[in-house]
Write a protein that binds this ligand. Structure first.
Ligand code: BTN
Length: 249
C-alpha cells in the first residue's frame, strides 16, 4: 500500500476533514491526513480526544477496501488495533501492552492510543473507511477528564520522533492489512488479535445492563461481539458499549 501524507498544521478533526474531503472526491485510498493540532478531536461516542499541540500523533488513514462486506467492519478494527499494538510492542517490548476490546491500546490499565473508524457504506460493501488514530507519544500531562491516559514518554521518560513512528506504523498497517485477503489469514488475524486482548482468558469483573458479574473473555465473533463466559458457564455476547470493564481493586 502506498501512502500519501497530507500534513496540516491545525484542523477541527482529521476524521471529519477526511470524511468531508473524500465525499467531494478530494481524497482517495492511501491518503493520510496528519494534524499537528486538532481543535476538536473526536473520540468514540461523543467523547473528545485530547492531544497537546505537536506532541502526539493524530491522523486519519483513508482506505478504500472495496471487497469488505458492511457486516465485516470488525476486520478493519482488528487490522488497525493489531498494527498499532505491534508497532508499539517494537518500542516498549512489554507484556503490559494490550488491546482493550474493541480497539483501545492499553499499557497496564492505562490508555495509550485510541481509534475511531468511520465507514462509508455503498450497497453492502465498505466503499471507504476513515481510520482515525490518536497515539499519545510525548505529552506528559493530560488535563481533560479522560480517565486513564498515558503516553510513551510517561513510560520511558524520553521523547520519540513522531514522524518516524508514523512511518513505522503505516508500514506495519499495510503489512497487517494483507491478512484480510484470505479466509486462512482472517483466522490468523483473529487469533493474533485475541492473544493481545486485555483480560483475555482471565477472570475479571464486568458490568452490563443486568448488573455486575464475573466472567472470562473467550472469543470475539465476526461482527466484533465480545464473548464472555460467566460463572454459570453461560455465553454472553456484547456489542460495543453494552458491557463495561470494571477496574481491578
Ligand atoms: C477513542 O475515543 O478512543 C478514539 C480516539 C480517536 C482519536 C483520533 S485523533 C485522529 C482522529 N481524528 C479525530 O477527530 N479522532 C481520531
Amino acid at each position: 500500500m502506498n501512502f500519501n501524507i497530507i500534513d496540516i498544521e491545525e484542523i477541527d478533526s482529521t476524521n471529519s476533514f477526511a470524511l468531508k474531503q473524500f465525499s467531494v472526491g478530494e481524497l482517495k485510498g492511501g491518503d493520510v491526513i496528519l494534524a499537528n493540532y486538532q481543535t476538536s478531536g473526536r473520540g468514540q461516542t461523543q467523547n473528545s480526544w485530547e492531544s497537546e499541540k505537536g506532541m502526539n500523533l493524530t491522523f486519519s488513514i483513508v482506505l478504500e477496501p472495496k471487497t469488505i462486506d458492511a457486516s465485516k467492519q470488525f476486520l478493519i478494527t482488528q487490522v488497525v488495533s493489531l498494527a498499532i499494538f505491534n508497532t508499539l510492542q517494537g518500542i516498549v517490548n512489554s507484556n503490559e501492552l494490550s488491546i482493550k476490546w474493541p480497539n483501545d491500546i492499553y499499557f497496564g490499565n492505562k490508555k495509550i492510543a485510541g481509534i475511531l473508524v468511520q465507514n462509508i457504506i455503498t450497497g453492502n460493501k465498505i466503499s471507504c473507511s476513515i481510520i482515525g488514530i490518536g497515539l499519545n507519544v510525548n505529552q506528559e500531562r493530560f488535563i481533560s477528564d479522560a480517565p486513564n491516559p498515558i503516553s510513551i514518554k510517561n513510560i520511558f521518560g524520553n521523547e520519540l520522533d513522531t514522524q518516524l513512528l508514523l512511518k513505522s506504523l503505516l508500514y506495519t498497517f499495510s503489512e497487517t492489512h494483507k491478512l484480510i485477503l484470505t479466509a486462512e489469514s482472517v483466522y490468523k488475524l483473529k487469533r493474533e488479535y485475541l492473544l493481545k486482548l486485555y483480560k483475555y482468558n482471565v477472570e475479571h469483573t464486568y458490568l452490563d445492563k443486568g448488573g455486575r458479574f464475573s466472567g472470562t473473555i473467550r472469543d470475539v465473533d465476526e461482527y466484533g461481539r465480545l464473548i464472555i463466559i460467566d460463572h454459570s458457564q453461560s455465553e454472553r455476547k456484547y456489542m460495543f458499549k453494552e458491557v463495561e470493564f470494571l477496574i481491578d481493586k
